[in-house]
Design a protein around this ligand. Structure first.
Ligand code: PEP
Ligand code: MN
Length: 284
């Protein structure tokens, strides 16, 4: 890895003023600095399934003191017969929820041809784990100039992940936030969906000036396993969290995407309280 990393423009050594591992290039999303003085939480439903469901989750998110919501209109699904998201209708719902609540919106874009349309609604574009090496998509979100939430491919090395970030940065867009979401190892069979790589937080903080979030939801796969991972990520100095959430009294049997892993509002409140305590002292 050492031999390829020097080629990457996202390395700290190439950013004048960011040589020190304590300094992070913060990315502003809806007036919130990701990579700033406090960890930032982004939360919301896996998928936008209806206006009512999305607004109810948005209210829980806002109630927890969180200012950025994530919800998918276009969902990357493993199986073609699974719910693929509401698409354009989902974008319209997100725009309406944004107007109604004042929350900033993060949503995934899957197709390079739709970057402009999604960017018209979103405050930040998500590149999902499956798309991390879709280079035409990376170039297009780079050109959009919008903040980009770049999730780690579930089998990607750190070098491959930073290479993907470099595709965005080379288009002149350095508003990049990395997001660790768990990597696949056979040993996780049964007790987790993926293994959360918390070691990578320190590596990213040391090597790059980019902020790094942790998504405990897709690693846990079940809502009652999310909180300990979220706390661990904050203790390990992640710049924040991306968490899937549901509204109070949600009937999970009606949800069409990641039904088991959204945390209810009381758990979201506790995690948000933990984030407000700030970064651990003497740690990167
Ligand atoms: C998601 O964020 O809902 C998602 C599909 O995540 P990932 O791309 O990490 O699998
Ligand atoms: Mn999901």
């Amino acid at each position: 890895m050492e031999s390829t990393l020097p080629e990457l423009g996202v390395l700290r050594s190439l950013w004048p003023g960011f040589e020190d591992p304590d300094t992070t290039h913060s990315v502003l999303v809806g007036g919130v600095a990701i990579g700033g003085a406090l960890p930032v939480i982004i939360a919301g439903p896996c998928a936008v399934e209806s206006f009512e469901q999305t607004l109810a989750v948005a209210r829980a998110v806002r109630g927890a003191g969180i200012r950025i919501m994530r919800g998918g209109a276009f969902k990357p699904r493993t199986y073609p017969r699974s719910f693929q998201g509401l698409g354009e209708e989902g974008l319209e719902i997100l725009a309406e929820v944004r107007r109604e609540t004042g929350l900033a919106i993060v949503t995934e874009v899957l197709d390079p041809r739709l970057v402009e349309r999604v960017a018209a609604v979103a405050d930040m574009l998500q590149i999902g784990s499956r798309s991390m090496q879709n280079t035409p998509l990376l170039v297009e979100v780079g050109r959009s100039g919008k903040p980009v939430l770049l999730k780690r491919g579930w089998s990607a090395t750190l070098g491959e992940w930073l290479g993907a970030a470099d595709y965005v940065a080379r288009e002149g867009n350095t508003r990049i936030v990395l997001c660790e979401r768990g990597i696949r190892v056979p040993a996780s069979e049964g007790y987790a969906r993926a293994v959360l790589d918390l070691n990578v937080i320190h590596a990213i903080r040391t090597l790059t000036p980019l902020p790094v979030l942790v998504d405990p939801s897709h690693a846990a796969g079940r809502w009652d396993r999310v909180e300990p991972l979220a706390r661990a990520a904050l203790a390990a100095s992640a710049h924040g969290l991306l968490i899937e959430a549901v509204a109070a009294d949600t009937d999970r049997t009606l949800l069409r995407s990641d039904a088991e892993q959204g945390i209810p509002p009381d758990v979201l409140d506790r995690i948000a309280g933990c984030a407000r305590l700030g970064f651990p002292r003497n740690s990167k």
